[in-house]
Design a binder for this molecule. Structure first.
Ligand code: 3HC
Length: 283
């Protein structure tokens, strides 16, 4: 199938990154969120990210303008009627995703593929909220989207292999490397990663080392680009907690039990970089 137009639902840190890489690949993009100021902020973030590329002479100022020109910010789902692929990247709440997929299914043309960037919720369950489960798939981008090469492609129980092929090709056209996996809680990426982040939080909670110490040990000792606590702040502590809860619920195994420190930070609203305070302070 020939994808020309993509709708991204959610203009937050993942959604605006997906809209950016899609527009850079030449697609016509509609970036949706619930309020004008949220989509405007998403466009601002994309503009800043493209400025970095202009500064490094990877694209020209004219390229930047044409990339931005391919992105239309919207606050309704009407434009789903014109899209070939929708990628949902909203909060990790099943009831919200269910509502969005129901709407997209109603409005999008029959050939359109409905993808979710969910970090851990079941693709098969999301697909069941539509009348086209064979056209529903996971398209899991990594943060920061413009930089990270991987797109984890998650096949739900009903996903049509032709849909998987089309989504793989779309990811490749955005300069990404698609890797497939089955629909299990946390998929491959977050099932491994969240255990490590949670363990680092337990170490901090138990006073095994300082936050800086834990991060330095993992950076210098394992050659990780950033330490697990800094990475948890980048992902968002609320997202880390909700993924751990999905893992705990999905496998019923205590190894996924979220560290109490993580729960307190989230209840304090200290969610990481996006709120200016998480494990570290950002200002
Ligand atoms: N937008 C665009 N470009 C960005 C960027 C952003 N937000 N952040 C960094 N970059 C670019 C920089 O411009 C630079 O480009 P260059 O190599 O062409 O000069 C390059 O990325 C490296 O950036 P910096 O030099 O500023 O900083 P670092 O070298 O420290 O890299 C990092 C920053 C890319 C974030 C790196 O620390 C990293 O890879 N960290 C790990 C990230 C990771 O693990 N992500 C996965 C999270 S899990 C996930 O997303 C799944 C979800 O479901 C939870």
């Amino acid at each position: 199938m020939n994808i020309k137009t993509i709708m991204v639902i959610g203009a937050g840190q993942m959604g605006n990154g997906i809209a950016q890489v899609a527009a850079q690949a030449g697609y016509t993009v509609y970036m949706n969120d619930i309020a004008q100021e949220i989509v405007d902020k998403g466009v601002e973030t994309i503009s800043g990210s493209l400025d970095r590329l202009v500064k490094k002479e990877k694209i020209t100022a004219a390229d930047k303008e044409s990339i931005l020109g391919r992105i239309t910010p919207v606050t309704t789902y009407d434009e789903a009627a014109n899209c070939d692929l929708a990628v949902e990247a909203v909060v990790e709440k099943m009831e919200i995703k269910a509502k969005i997929f129901g709407e997209l299914d109603r409005i999008a043309p029959p050939h359109a593929i409905l993808a979710s960037n969910t970090s851990s919720l079941p693709i098969t369950g999301i697909a069941a909220c539509t009348k086209r489960p064979e056209k529903v798939i996971g398209m899991h981008f990594m943060n920061p989207v413009p930089v990270m090469k991987l797109v984890e492609v998650i096949n739900g129980l009903a996903t049509d292999p032709d849909v998987t092929k089309t989504v793989r090709e779309a990811a490749e056209s955005m300069g990404k490397v698609p890797v497939e996996c089955r629909d299990v809680p946390g998929f491959v990426s977050n099932r491994v990663l969240m255990v490590m982040l949670n363990e680092a939080l337990w170490e901090l909670y138990e006073g095994v080392a300082t936050a800086e110490g834990i991060d330095q040990i993992m950076k210098l000792g394992m050659n990780h680009p950033m330490g697990p606590l800094a990475l948890a702040d980048l992902i968002g502590l609320d997202t880390v907690l909700s993924i751990l809860e999905v893992l705990q619920d999905g496998y019923g195994d205590p190894k996924y039990r979220p560290c109490p420190l993580l729960k307190s930070y989230v209840s304090a609203g200290w969610l990481g970089r996006k709120t200016g305070r998480g494990i570290y302070l950002y200002s």
